[in-house]
Design a protein around this ligand. Structure first.
Ligand SMILES: [Zn+2]
Ligand SMILES: [Zn+2]
Length: 92
């Protein structure tokens, strides 16, 4: 049975064991989200991340820390439109 780190306010406070899905790739806690950052070919990053390590950038849209940083860079460079165009199209 897999065990997960339990964290509170950025501190590791213990472990929880059980079949709770993927671990957060950043801290080993139970993951709450998958990174939705587009990586091309209609795929997303899909990195498992806990609430603490995910950045919510939209409705049901979360990015891992690495991609949250990239997202900030894109935004500062005025590249939001370009990113969104990557997200929207799905082949029929
Ligand atoms: Zn985490
Ligand atoms: Zn990511």
């Amino acid at each position: 049975m897999p065990c997960y780190s339990v964290r509170k306010n950025g501190q590791h406070i213990g472990f929880i064991c059980g079949d709770l899905g993927e671990h957060c790739r950043e801290c080993g806690a139970v993951s709450d989200n998958l990174c939705d950052y587009p990586v091309g070919d209609g795929k997303t990053c899909d990195r498992a991340i806990c609430n603490e390590h995910s950045r919510q950038v939209g409705v049901d849209l979360h990015y891992c820390p690495t991609h949250a940083k990239l997202w900030d860079k894109f935004k500062r460079a005025g590249g939001v439109k370009q990113v969104l165009e990557n997200v929207v199209p799905f082949p029929d």
